[in-house]
Design a protein around this ligand. Structure first.
Ligand code: MV4
Length: 505
C-alpha cells in the first residue's frame, strides 16, 4: 500500500498531531479547512491546504464527497481521519477504499462490527470476552422482550442505545416500574441522535472504574497492547483528565496482563488492524467487563505515548502501508507516569458553558516532561462551531507524585487570556485528596467534587494521609517546598483574570 501523500480530514490539535507524524516520516501533507478555520494552525502547518465549505461540520468536515474529490485533485493517496467527524464512519472508510485511497484506520467491516454496540457485545461474547450481564444476541428486541429480560438481569440496570457510545441515549433504571417509560425515553433520544432507536440492557455496575487499553494491530493479524489509561474523571461523559497507567491497576501486573490479552483478543475477533482502544469497566472486586471498542486514534493517546515511547500515529501510518508491527509484546516497556489535562474553552464557574472569542495572549508551558498538543495560538479566534478542546497538556514523571507536581507547575505556567478555560477546575482537581489518593470512580467529578473544595468529606480514608505525606516528601526532596506560597498567589491571580474580572477583559 502506498502512502506518499496524506490528506488530513480533520482540524484543531489532532490535525496538527497527524501533520507532525507525517512530517517526521517525510510524507507530504494536505489540510482541508472550513470558513471558521482559515487561520487555523493545521492550515498553516500543511504543505497544501484546500477549502471545504461553510463553518458547520456538516457543510465542511463531514462532507465525505468533497474530501474525496480534493484527495483526487491534489494526488493524495491516503486519508487520516483523526477522531470524531468521519473517523468511525464505515461508509467513508469504504468510500476511500473504492476510490483507491488508503484509509489510515481499520477495515470498514471492523468499524461496523464495533459501531453497533449490540453486535459488538454479541461478537466479543462469542470470542469468550467478559461482557456485563444483560441482553444477549444481535437481534433488535421489543419493549416486551426487554421487560421480560430485565427481570432476569435485575435492578438497577442501564438502558443503552445500540448506535450509541459515549453515554448518549443511556438511562439508569432503578425499579421495574420505571422501565417502560425509560425505554421509551432512551429510544426517542437514540432515534433523534443516531436515526436508530434500538436499545439493549446491562446490569448497572456501581463504583466502577473506566479503564481502557491501547492496542496496535497489523494487517498480518498480530496484535499488541500498550498498557492502559484511567479515564474515570469525566463530566457528562466528557473526559477531563486521563492518566497512564491506571492507579487502580497500579502494580497488579497479573490484572494488567490479563486485561491486555483480552483487549488483543477483542481486536482480533473483528479482524482489526490500526491503533484501537478497548474500554472496560472494572468493579470494586477487580472484575472487568468489555464496554465498547473505539476503532480510531483517541484524544488521550499521548498519555500512552509518554509511558511507552511509541509514536502511535506513525505506527498507524506504517500499519496502513502494510508493514508488520515493529514491536513484539515483550518489547513494550511501561516507564513512569503520565497525566493529560484536556484544556477546554469553557467556564468552569458557570456549568462549563463554552466560551468563545479571540485569544489575546497564550503562554504555553514547556520544560522537562511537558508536552502540549494544541491547534491554537495568540490571536486565534475560538468559534462555537466545534468542540471546546483547545489544547491538551500532557506531563511525564518518574512516579505519579512527580507527574502531579509537574502538572501543577505546568498549569500555573499556562496563561490563556481572551476566553475562559477549565484550567482552574484542573488545579482544584490536582489538590483534591481523593484524586491524590487515586480513590475515585466514574461518579466522582459529578457527585463529589466541587471547585470550592470536595463535598461529602464523611468518609475519610487513611490512604489519603499517606498519599499527602508521600507528595510532600517528594516535593521537599525536590526542594520545591519554598515556592508553594508564591505559586498559589500566581494561580489565584490568574484565575481572577481568566474569570473575566481583570482589566484585560
Ligand atoms: C456503564 C457503567 C456502569 N455499568 N455500564 C458511560 C459511557 C459508555 N462508554 C459506558 N458508560 C458506562 N457504562 C454499566 N453496565 C458506567 C459507565 C460510565 C459512567 C456512567 C455514569 C456517569 C459517568 C460514567 C463515566 C464512565 C462510565
Amino acid at each position: 500500500m502506498l502512502v506518499n501523500k496524506v490528506l488530513i480530514a480533520n482540524r484543531g490539535e489532532i490535525a496538527v498531531r497527524v501533520l507532525r507524524a507525517c512530517r517526521e516520516l517525510g510524507i507530504p501533507t494536505v489540510a482541508v479547512y472550513s470558513e471558521a478555520d482559515r487561520q487555523s494552525l493545521h492550515v498553516r502547518y500543511a504543505d497544501e491546504a484546500y477549502f471545504l465549505g461553510p463553518s458547520p461540520a456538516r457543510d465542511s468536515y463531514l462532507r465525505a464527497d468533497k474530501i474525496l474529490e480534493i484527495a483526487h485533485r491534489c494526488g493524495a493517496d491516503a486519508i487520516h481521519p483523526g477522531y470524531g467527524f468521519l473517523a468511525e464512519r464505515e461508509d467513508f472508510a469504504r468510500g476511500c477504499e473504492d476510490a483507491g485511497i488508503v484509509f489510515i484506520g481499520p477495515k470498514p467491516s471492523s468499524i461496523a462490527a464495533m459501531g453497533d454496540k449490540t453486535t459488538a457485545r454479541a461478537t466479543v461474547a462469542k470470542a469468550g470476552i467478559p461482557v456485563v450481564p444483560g441482553t444477549e444476541g444481535e437481534g433488535n428486541l421489543s419493549d416486551e422482550e426487554l421487560i421480560r429480560i430485565a427481570a432476569q438481569v435485575g435492578f438497577p440496570l442501564l438502558v443503552k442505545a445500540s448506535a450509541g457510545g459515549g453515554g448518549k441515549g443511556m438511562r439508569e433504571v432503578r425499579t421495574p416500574e420505571e422501565l417502560p417509560h425509560l425505554l421509551q425515553a432512551a429510544r426517542r433520544e437514540a432515534e433523534a441522535a443516531f436515526g436508530d432507536g434500538n436499545v439493549y440492557l446491562e446490569k448497572l455496575i456501581l463504583t466502577a472504574r473506566h479503564v481502557e487499553f491501547q492496542i496496535l494491530a497489523d494487517k498480518e493479524g498480530d496484535v499488541i497492547y500498550l498498557g492502559e489509561r484511567e479515564c474515570s474523571l469525566q463530566r457528562r461523559h466528557q473526559k477531563l483528565l486521563e492518566e497512564a497507567p491506571s492507579p487502580f491497576i497500579g502494580s497488579d501486573e497479573t490484572l494488567r496482563r490479563t486485561m491486555g490479552e483480552v483487549a488483543c483478543r477483542t481486536a482480533a475477533s473483528v479482524g482489526y488492524y490500526n491503533a484501537g482502544t478497548i474500554e472496560f469497566l472494572v468493579d470494586k472486586d477487580r472484575k472487568f467487563y468489555f464496554l465498547e471498542m473505539n476503532t480510531r486514534l483517541q484524544v488521550e493517546h499521548p498519555a500512552t505515548e509518554m509511558i511507552t515511547g511509541i509514536d502511535i500515529v506513525k505506527e498507524q501510518i506504517r500499519i496502513a502501508r502494510g508493514r508488520p508491527l515493529r514491536y513484539r509484546q515483550e518489547d513494550v516497556k511501561l516507564s513512569g507516569w503520565s497525566l493529560e489535562c484536556r484544556i477546554n474553552a469553557e467556564d468552569p464557574y458557570n456549568q462549563f458553558t463554552p466560551s468563545t472569542g479571540r485569544l489575546q495572549l497564550v503562554f504555553v508551558p514547556t520544560g522537562p516532561g511537558v508536552r502540549v498538543d494544541t491547534g491554537v495560538y495568540s490571536g486565534f479566534e475560538v468559534t462555537p462551531y466545534y468542540d471546546s478542546l483547545i489544547s491538551k497538556l500532557i506531563v511525564w514523571g518518574e512516579t505519579r507524585a512527580e507527574a502531579i507536581l509537574r502538572m501543577r507547575r505546568a498549569l500555573e505556567e499556562y496563561r490563556i487570556i481572551g476566553v475562559k478555560t477549565n484550567i482552574p477546575f484542573h488545579q482544584a482537581l490536582l489538590e483534591s485528596p481523593r484524586f491524590l489518593a487515586g480513590l475515585f470512580d466514574t461518579r466522582f467529578v459529578e457527585e463529589r467534587f466541587a471547585l470550592n473544595g470536595e463535598t461529602g468529606g464523611e468518609d475519610y480514608h487513611p490512604e489519603m494521609a499517606a498519599i499527602f505525606a508521600t507528595l510532600m516528601e517528594h516535593q521537599s526532596s525536590q526542594r520545591a517546598a519554598q515556592i508553594m506560597q508564591p505559586a498559589r498567589q500566581a494561580a489565584s491571580r490568574w484565575k481572577w483574570s481568566s474569570r473575566g474580572e481583570g482589566k484585560g477583559r
